[in-house]
Design a binder for this molecule. Structure first.
Ligand code: HEM
Length: 396
């Protein structure tokens, strides 16, 4: 099915309310391919929504590349300057090499080792949140845990971690706020300046962290090391914070979930997978065609940008029964929250551990999670995320 409605799907104003799900559901149900003309992007892009079409665009053998960029706004004539250097926007040999280098630090075994760190962090934030007052999960809990984990992976010394966690929270907290007079973009630049110093320190005294590991590859120059630290920083923070916030949202909304996790009748791993499908924090990924190809009946020449909308695929009724509902009995639960194909998220094991620890700790320490107001959503197109989620926890 092909539709060519004139709608700029890169307009962030379309995503601040739950109407976005109605639009995505309609597009996924008709397996639409939609053209968005110039506006949010310089030359326009096509979009797909169904689980089948998104997986097909991202499939390893599909004639698509991410080397021009993987977000709306980039295309062959307006490429991402990190293309071919940063893992998520590199392909072939370069991509394989970076994945092999960084992979072991984010693997399931490393993620398990980080579980204690995650638990300490969760306990710390819960200590502050269990005072019976109003807790904005989107700012007080969601961001803190992934930021601490990424600091550990990068090898940020303990004395700098609080500062870097604060900067990270601000850099990925949405465009509306100011912090110490800094915009989020400036906070991100501050982090890169800090990484520059960290790289010099690790050159002099290597450790077993990500920075030291990247420095062992003589084919990477300083900018390459910085870019790939930034890839893990962004990958680890921007999305996971919203999945964690969404996990608390699910505990407040889904009857019996909290009690079920506590008494063992609800499976934690199934809950983690459903949180990932239901929250689907990475909103889109973009690819550019490398050859003549046809997508849902639409012929596309080489150099055409195509966007896969992951939350739409994750609620596609052709793949998921009753897709709007949060259900623990989805087997299989073939969500594509972490993407699909060669760029499948390298931090997925880590994100899963973070979510499992949050769910377990809350089940152990909290008897109710009361939603105090409807959540508000970020005005964004890269992530589907919470700007506010106000709850009250009752301790056990
Ligand atoms: C790639 C989502 C957590 C690091 C990706 C991609 C998606 C994604 C959709 C594929 C992008 C593409 O195909 O262009 C998520 C979600 C997360 C999460 C939803 C949390 C719920 C993490 C964490 C880390 C991380 C915790 C690291 C600490 C990366 C890296 C890549 C990646 C390095 C690039 C992989 C490659 O290009 O081969 N992520 N991510 N992510 N993610 Fe994640």
């Amino acid at each position: 099915m092909q539709t060519t409605k004139a709608i700029d799907l890169g307009d962030p104003d379309l995503y601040t309310t739950l109407d976005r799900h109605d639009r995505w559901r309609a597009y996924a149900a008709e397996d639409a391919v939609v053209w968005s003309g110039p506006g949010s992007s310089p030359t326009g892009f096509w979009s797909v929504f169904s689980h089948r079409a998104c997986a097909a665009v991202l499939a390893p053998s599909a004639p698509f590349t991410s080397e021009y960029g993987m977000m709306i706004g980039f295309d062959r004539d307006h490429p991402d300057t990190s293309g071919g250097r940063m893992m998520v926007v590199s392909e072939q040999e370069r991509h394989r090499r970076l994945r092999k280098l960084v992979g072991p630090l984010l693997s399931r075994a490393s993620a398990r080792k980080l579980a204690d760190r995650v638990r300490d962090e969760v306990r710390g934030v819960l200590d502050g949140a269990l005072d019976g007052g109003v807790c904005d999960v989107a700012t007080a809990i969601g961001p803190r845990i992934p930021a601490a984990v990424v600091c550990d992976i990068l090898g940020v010394p303990e004395e700098d971690q609080d500062m870097l966690i604060d900067l990270t929270n601000h850099a990925f907290g949405g465009e509306d706020e100011l912090f110490d007079g800094m915009t989020p973009r400036q906070a991100h630049t501050e982090i890169l300046v800090y990484f520059d110093e960290l790289i010099s320190a690790r050159r002099a005294r290597p450790g077993d962290d990500l920075v030291s590991t990247l420095l062992t590859d003589e084919g990477l120059d300083l900018d390459d090391v910085l870019l790939n630290c930034d890839n893990v920083l962004i990958g680890g923070n921007e999305t996971t914070r919203h999945a964690i916030t969404g996990a608390v949202h699910a505990l407040a909304e889904v009857p019996g979930l909290l009690a079920g996790l506590r008494d063992g009748s609800a499976d934690v791993d199934a809950a983690v997978e459903e949180v990932l499908r239901w929250t689907s924090p990475a909103m889109h990924v973009l690819r550019v065609t490398t050859a003549d190809t046809t997508v849902n009946g639409q012929d596309l020449p080489p150099g055409t940008p195509v966007v896969a909308w992951l939350p739409a695929a994750n609620r596609d009724p052709a793949e998921f029964d009753d897709p709007e509902a949060f259900r623990l009995d989805r087997t299989p639960n073939r969500h594509i929250t972490f993407g699909h194909g060669v760029h499948h998220c390298l931090g997925s094991a880590l994100a899963r551990i973070e979510l499992a620890v949050v769910l377990r700790e809350l089940a152990e320490r909290v008897s109710t999670v009361e939603l105090l107001a409807e959540p508000t959503w970020l005005r964004a197109i890269v992530v589907q995320g919470y700007s506010r989620l106000q709850v009250r926890f009752t301790g056990r």
